[in-house]
Design a protein around this ligand. Structure first.
Ligand SMILES: *Cc1c(COP(=O)(O)O)cnc(C)c1O
Length: 457
């Protein structure tokens, strides 16, 4: 018999209580947090869909590994285990540990970047873009055209526009820092990248002599989509698919807080020894010695184990299907979504949900506040708060899309938590015409979404 119910392929061994609150309390919390969910206290959040980063539940096996962590400054056994695991997965010889993804980005893109340099990606993640721009370089996003139409169904909406890549590589010849393929495409809607697209991008980069980096935070989730949606891939294991994708790149940066189920950590991997050496020098100055890079031995142990666990077919099946379970429930209610549903998150198209709120009044941020008020659900705006810039005259140059992301922590919430969130959306839909936008009262120069203060209009 084929069961329709996708069960969580694990039992819960240790629990963390959720603090429940009233709507009145939450209205107060929101005001105190200046309508910015990053300024809320987690104890006041009921369902935390802010991020899937560092929020995974570790397995009993990983916790056992934590006890086995070797905290030696140099040549730690836990480092050798992690290095071995990353080498086997990526096929890249040179591996550098970092305390999280952006530490690797700062080192690699700081080294390859600088004023006048250009980086091209299917979509740069916010920290990737910030590190590139902080070095003085330019970051250009070229997702395929289909990515922009949120309702359009396409099996690999995270793909890079390869015709545009060819054109840009000619235009910026001699100025290229690197091409970065983000799998899955997080800021572009958590959408997967096909093996065929990765192959094409790789061939173009080789032809132009440009370095290809894989931002591989969710490479296992991407492999699920490749296996189930791409012809000729169905017989390969998820791990083999990931290995084939790595084989197309010159280097990789990973935040282990995603598909490695770790609460902290990351790595850089390279084929080229000279590049690895330059980055190792930067690593030692700012992160730590090359055999721990800002991580404790126990973290490296947890990462090594997580990188094996994530390719378990039962886990990946549950992971992708349970994300789709939330997406399908919202879709049925008429909530405008980024379709098809991606791997780690459900993205709501706030521009369509609140057509009466212009981008300069941040419709995504308005939805984020509504979700918290109604259900204590914390989400994140991925729109003009995160990516908007200002024109010379001070007016807002909006982002390409106004999305809100419900990122689902791995192995943390059960089906009833998800059903509660769907119920809250019923209320969101009933109120959609009354909701008002916001204005920014205070903001920093980089990554303003983290600390900006808002006021309701
Ligand atoms: C999370 C993430 C990063 C940055 O990693 P951190 O560990 O948060 O510093 C980079 N790229 C992508 C695609 C990510 O999802």
């Amino acid at each position: 018999m084929q069961f329709k119910t996708i069960i969580e392929p694990f039992r819960i061994k240790s629990v963390e209580p959720i603090g429940l609150s009233t709507e009145e309390e939450r209205v107060h919390y929101l005001k105190e947090a200046h309508y910015n969910p990053f300024l809320l206290r987690s104890k006041d959040v009921i369902i935390d869909f802010m991020t899937d980063s560092g929020t995974s539940a570790m397995s009993a096996h990983q916790w056992a590994g934590i006890m086995e962590g070797d905290e030696a400054y140099a040549g730690s056994r836990s480092w050798l285990r992690m290095e071995n695991e990353v080498q086997d997965l990526t096929g890249m010889q040179h591996v550098l540990p970092t305390h999280q993804g952006r530490a690797g980005e700062r080192i690699v893109y700081g080294h390859l970047g600088g004023p006048g340099k250009v980086f091209i990606s299917n979509t740069h993640f916010d920290t990737t873009r910030a590190n590139i721009e902080f070095s003085g370089a330019t970051a250009i996003d070229i997702p395929i055209k289909e990515n922009e139409d949120t309702a359009l169904l396409h099996p690999f909406k995270g793909n890079m526009d390869t015709a545009e890549l060819e054109r840009l590589l000619k235009e910026h010849e001699g100025r290229m820092g690197a091409v970065i393929l983000t799998v899955t495409n997080n800021s572009g809607g958590g959408q997967p990248v096909s093996m065929a697209n990765a192959k094409e991008v790789s061939a173009i980069c080789k032809r132009h002599g440009v370095l290809l980096m894989l931002d591989c935070c969710r490479v296992a989730e991407n492999s699920w989509f490749v296996k189930h949606r791409e012809e000729g891939m169905e017989k390969l294991s998820y791990r083999e698919i990931a290995q084939r994708m790595f084989a197309l790149a010159d280097g990789a940066v990973m935040s282990a807080k995603k598909d490695a189920f770790a609460n902290i950590g990351g790595f850089i991997a390279f084929r080229d020894g000279a590049l690895a050496e330059a980055c190792t020098n930067l690593l030692i100055i700012t992160e730590g010695f090359s055999t721990y890079g800002g991580l404790a031995g126990r973290d490296m142990e947890a990462i090594a184990i997580g990188l094996e666990e994530v390719f378990d077919p039962h886990y990946l099946e549950y992971r992708i299907k349970s994300t789709a379970f939330l997406g399908d429930a919202l879709n049925k209610m008429g909530v405008p979504l980024m379709l098809p549903i991606g791997g780690h998150a459900v993205y709501i198209d706030a521009k369509k949900l609140y057509p009466h709120i212009p981008p300069a009044q941040y419709p995504g941020q308005a939805l984020v506040c509504e979700l918290f008020r109604i259900g204590g659900i914390r989400s994140v705006e991925i729109g003009s708060v995160m990516f908007g810039t200002y024109a010379e005259d001070g007016s807002l140059k909006p982002a390409r899309m106004e999305l809100v992301r419900l990122a689902i922590p791995r192995r943390v919430y059960t089906q009833s938590h998800i059903e509660y969130v769907a119920e809250a959306f019923g209320e969101v839909m009933r109120h959609r015409e009354q909701v008002k936008g916001l204005r920014i009262m205070k903001e920093p120069k980089f990554l303003r979404h983290f600390t900006a203060h808002f006021e309701t209009l």
